[in-house]
Write a protein that binds this ligand. Structure first.
Ligand SMILES: [Zn+2]
Length: 277
């Protein structure tokens, strides 16, 4: 794990790239940011998490780091030990993890257990959608009280690096590390209701589009030559033909613009001002 610190003092802000080694955009965007030798108003950490997996272009070495938190320093699995180290590094920080996907080209944000602090940050990322993963957050970084993620675009694309860089700058402005105003795009808020798993040995083809409503009765996918029909409406998230071995994607419900949601009930003593309420 590489940990770069900018500014003086103990950082309370962190950016984490390469949680998944086959998603290089976060590490590349961190390099670009550091190459610019930025002037900062307060310190921040920039972390490249899974270096061996990044070097090999694979998601993980032994097991998925983003299902392994809080980790175990005694484990014989590399990512379990790494998860423990990462937890230690981001302790006390508000953190942004950078990911990418095969399912969607535009950046969107992932949260769980939305609190005031996360809400403040996510409202100022350059994204059109925020997805609440609370129901499936177990072992993922977004489960932590000060952690949220962005999916920056297609895995391996230069656009994902550009989007990741823009998200890092916006995040560091919102948290007061960089001067300047972050954007305030008022993204749509989608709440994941359930994962959809694949039946082993069958071929899936997604016919819809992520974040676009699937109506009751709509044929949204084919499994081999059989139609897969929605029994009730949902909004697909991270749905793709072959993005994952066993997971086809997630069903979600659209809740409206982020600004229309009532304030989260999870209190946070470290919360700074909230933009809308
Ligand atoms: Zn990822």
């Amino acid at each position: 794990m590489q940990v770069h610190t900018v500014g003086e003092g103990t950082p309370e802000v962190a950016v984490v790239g390469a949680v998944h080694g086959d998603e290089p955009c976060g590490a590349r965007a961190i390099e670009r940011f550091l190459d610019g030798d930025p002037d900062v108003d307060r310190p921040a950490k920039l972390i490249v998490a899974n270096e061996p997996a990044l070097e090999r272009g694979i998601r993980y070495v032994d097991t998925d780091l983003n299902r392994s938190l809080p980790g175990d320093p005694e484990s014989d699995q590399y990512e379990e030990r790494l998860a423990h180290e990462l937890m230690t590094e981001v302790q006390g920080c508000i953190s942004l993890g950078i990911h990418s996907t095969v399912s969607y080209g535009r950046p969107f944000a992932n949260v769980a257990y939305l609190n005031e602090r996360k809400r403040e940050v996510v409202a100022h990322l350059p994204v059109d959608q925020v997805v609440d993963f609370t129901v499936v957050a177990d072992g993922r970084s977004v489960e932590l009280p000060g952690f949220l993620d962005v999916e920056a675009g297609h895995q391996g694309s230069t656009a994902a690096v550009d989007n990741a860089y823009d998200c890092i700058v916006a995040f560091l402005r919102t948290t007061g590390v960089l001067p300047g105003d972050p954007p305030a795009p008022d993204p749509g808020f989608y709440e994941v209701t359930e994962p959809m798993y694949k039946e082993p040995g069958r071929t899936y083809r997604f016919r819809g589009a992520n974040f676009e409503r699937v109506a009751p009765g709509e044929r949204f996918a084919d499994v081999d030559d059989d139609p897969l029909v929605a029994d009730e409406e949902f909004w697909p998230v991270l749905m793709s033909d072959d993005g994952h071995d066993v997971l086809f994607g997630y069903r979600s419900t659209y809740r409206g613009p982020l600004s229309s949601l009532s304030a989260p009930s999870h209190g946070d003593a470290n919360a700074e001002s909230v933009t809308d309420d």
